[in-house]
Ligand binder design. Structure first.
Ligand code: K1U
Ligand code: ZN
Length: 171
């Protein structure tokens, strides 16, 4: 089932995800629904707080829009930054409509998480995978990629977004 994605400036996006203590059928169904939602919205990642579930659960698929065969589930992911190197790249967010902006983040990360069977795994990532995993783990802390922009850029976007929302609310 496709889930509704919360959109900025919805304050629920600012809440933290709670650790998952048991991998139940409900969690498996949620993970499947998140993958379906990510595909429907043409994203490469999605975090549970974006669909109003306060859990530490992330899904990704880096296989490309025509393939969509590499869905991966991360339960209770923990990030470690590898080295000091930074990279700047353009990000988008399914919860922040009509904005793409450059953000500086760590170049390489290691993520530790559980899979849907409760097995621990470790993955090292660079490039877009590293960026996306950092972006998704930010969602678990109630942070948005907007928070990495200058105050000026953030304020400009907030004004534009609120205006757009007002326009769509008009009778
Ligand atoms: O968390 C999300 O909102 C999903 C987001 C993940 C993401 C994409 C790119 C950089 C960082 C994080 C998206 O999938 S946005 C849509 C998208 O596919 C995309 C946007 C910009 C660059 C590359 C991909
Ligand atoms: Zn996002």
């Amino acid at each position: 089932m496709k889930l509704e994605i919360l959109r900025y400036p919805d304050e629920r996006l600012r809440r933290k995800g709670e650790p998952i203590t048991e991998i139940t059928e409900e969690i498996r169904v949620l993970a499947g629904d998140m993958v379906e939602t990510m595909y429907a919205e043409e994203g490469i990642g999605l975090a549970a707080p974006q669909v109003d579930r306060l859990l530490r659960l992330v899904v990704t698929d880096f296989s490309g829009p025509s393939k969509r065969e590499g869905a991966k589930v991360y339960i209770n992911p923990e990030l470690e930054f590898l080295g000091e190197e930074k990279q700047e790249s353009e990000e988008g967010c399914l919860s922040v409509p009509d904005l793409r902006a450059s953000v500086e983040r760590a170049s390489r990360v290691r993520v530790r998480a559980l899979d849907l069977e409760g097995r621990p795994f470790t993955e090292e990532a660079d490039g877009v995978r590293s960026i996306c995993l950092q972006h998704e783990c930010d969602h678990l802390e109630g942070r948005l990629f907007l928070d990495h922009l200058s105050r000026l850029k953030r304020n400009l976007y907030t004004v534009k977004r609120k205006k757009a929302l007002l326009m769509t609310e008009r009778p």
